[in-house]
Design a protein around this ligand. Sequence first.
Ligand code: ADP
Ligand code: MG
Ligand code: MG
Length: 941
Amino acid sequence: MPQKRIHAFGGGKAEGNKDMKDVLGGKGAGLAEMSNIGIPVPPGFTITTEVCSEYFHGGNKLPRALDPELRRALEKVEALTGKGFGDGGNPLLVSVRSGARVSMPGMMDTVLNLGLNDATVEGLAASARDPRFAWDSYRRFVAMFGDVVLGMKPERKEDRDPFEEILDAKKHARGVRHDSELPVDALRELVLEFKAEIRRRKGIAFPDDPMEQLREAIAAVFRSWENDRAIAYRRMNGIPAEWGTAVTVQSMVFGNLGEDSGTGVAFTRNPANGTDEFYGEFLVNAQGEDVVAGIRTPQKIADLAARWPEVATQLEDVRSRLERHYRDMQDIEFTIERGHLFVLQTRSGKRTGLAAVRIAVAMADARLITREEAVLRVEPEALNHLLRPVFDLDRKAAAVKGGKLLARGLPAGPGAASGRLVFFAEDAEAWRARGETVLLARHETSPEDIRGMAAAEGFLTAFGGMTSHAALVARQMGKVAIVGCEALRFDYHARKMIVPTPSGERTISEGAWISIDGTAGEVIEGQLETRPSEVVEVLVERSRDAKSAPVYQEFAKLLSWADQARRLKVRANADQPDQAATAVAFGAQGIGLCRTEHMFFGEGKIGPMREMIVADNEEDRRAALARLLPLQREDFRGLFVAMAGRPVTIRTLDPPLHEFLPHDEAGVAELARATGKSVEQIRERVQELGESNPMLGHRGCRLGISYPEITEMQARAIFEAAVDALEAGSKVEPEVMIPLVGARKELEDQAAVVRRVADEVFVERGKKVRYLVGTMIEVPRGALTAGEIARTAEFFSFGTNDLTQTTFGLSRDDTGPVLKTYLEKDIYPVDPFVSIDREGVGALMQIAAAAGRMVRPGMKLGICGEHGGDPASVGFCHEIGLDYVSCSPYRLPIARLAAAQASLREAAKEKPVRNGKRPGVNGVARAPKKVARSRRARARA
Ligand code: ADP
Ligand code: MG
Ligand code: MG
């Protein structure tokens, strides 16, 4: 049984405070806190979330013990306002408001003007000296009570609110268009008709007793915790059902008492771009909901001063006090009653990524918060917003309004892109080559589309989820993408895309302009202008000077603070010198994964690669490999130079060979021509290499073990390139990584080849390069026997994409239908290909990390799966002591921030809050030293 069911606030003090969100809800805690610090708040009280549990556990009944407490609390409010609840002379009216621990805007219900009946309405009319206002409030209250408390709100979209219907009929009968034109006697009639409607539909009388009204309204607000909207919202945002809502009962203030009254909502800073300006809207002579309802066009906060200079000054003071007090941007509701300002709500305001960065940096610079807090304030994922090309918002809204919205899909690659539609990767390349801007739309994409994808501004697929090939490539390349846009149908032969829209089926042909908003997941017909983000202009395109780029400067500042706080290093997954350069610009401290197979799709390489694959004997194979050698060497040299001495991890050939072979007639014919074989022979070879489950077949180190000459060629390319780069004055640190190792002997076999070739090259060239040979841990057997493998491996890199596939026994390319159901049914909490499954995959990683370091103290450990760019997974990698995470270049800023947050959270846990202050940078910087010390200790042991 709860100790105290009701906490009062008002009159410059309160029984609660801002840290009591669990019991008072966000709204109640905010009102209590504002009372405590002397912000004008209409007095009231909050009934705790525990009473909500009591209500549900007691079979939807309010506990009896609540009644006396309720009366006592009302007395306090009466004393503070000088009004009486149910008093026919000078009535106290209240609102009954919902409020959960975290804000669930608009999900639950609120009742306003409670306490009105046939007697009190006269008192209100007299005290306000405005009968029209009193009767207008009364009819609003009866309708709201009917809707919210008695459940008369329409359930289905096509149904109308019964009170609205009666109101419309009344306006029609009186020949007026607006509610405000109805005279008092019409409003009186409405009250009677509303009450009659309640009796007709519900068979009960509208309760005249204010106490009964109050009890029923409180119960209704508790019940609204279980309405469909609230349940759906909770599910989407991971809010536990047990939390329940608090109920705040608060004396009413009226913004609709004439031209000297009004109501508004405001943010203490601009929530879209973070500018330090008071940002919001207000309406003159209006009540709470009217601003949001959008019936009248509100005025800007900036115009408030012209109308009410004193109120404006007061509000400005509230703004700065709330910000200083909460040390964060606030979102407030306020009402002005006959020239007096009241604040009705305050909470941390939701903001875009751009605004989040701006606000955090500005507040730290103003010493309102520490730099560590600034780093903790920004959701890592929000940084995406600063990297993507942008649409002009007004133009987009106009296009949508003009019926140009074609379809919606999953926002896989945030940002904005416009281009001419193509359906084939080759076309994307060809069109691009002649100077066109293109968008590639396909049912789905595959590795052989990679060059076309690079040529396109963005891509659009009908199939696949957030981890599909298209989504993955979008992240790696920083492209805009919408995937899983199920409404799209393709007619590749006719080169058309068919889209059902509300106004009928639309056919979009090749070459037509379309625009995709990868942040919102919206496909729009026509060309919308975009431009690169400022950060990209400075870092990647180098077309803008950092000095004239304020957004970039803030971004860089925040990340420099993050870099001071983090222990984890960050590396990039990059295959080409230009990607490496981008990675370095985004802060890469090395390359964690160079997928050599991507190189084979490059200019002039796929030919010899295919010849190598179809060769029937070692000699032919070696001849083809000899042609690939200089091409690979050149790629590697470029990478080494771009990385300027930072470690570069190169993985030997990984995918099954058939992925490189042509599957279409023309491709087969061409390969036959090039190799002097018959079309049949080529077809046979393609057939022969086909596998029923390529994910578990002849791939990874198995290829190098079957065809050591492939590994030989790759090792030679790596070491020759390393010596070349060294001779050109660049430092190099190659790390050769053997994929898919499950048994130590596999690695020994391949490591021996690599080391032999290294020695040969060093002798030939008369120069030595320091290098490491290690392995990916990406099958459970590899993780479980990691101690054994570590006798040969000099480093481990967790390939968590494959480790997740093989641990779950679930192919990543076939997750679509499975995951959809599993996530809906809550069987998996999150998509394990997006965020590391700590319990399963994570456990294997921990086993492998511990075993590896036991055998080889201080062994270098990293992760190169897509998870390396997922903030939650980065946190996990920090916790289990990895040295680095590696991710796509465009996700590096996110990884840096996530790594910093993991360090800061750990430090906060280790070092309890002292003097009310959180540990500073110095406190945090100790974390890495401690790790280093324990590692040395292990080394001594
Ligand atoms: P929500 O959580 O959906 O925003 P609120 O409880 O904040 O619901 O209330 C809805 C509207 O009613 C808001 O505009 C609020 O400012 C207004 N309101 C609530 N209580 C009062 C009150 N005591 N006096 C005047 N307006 C109020
Ligand atoms: Mg509100
Ligand atoms: Mg793998």
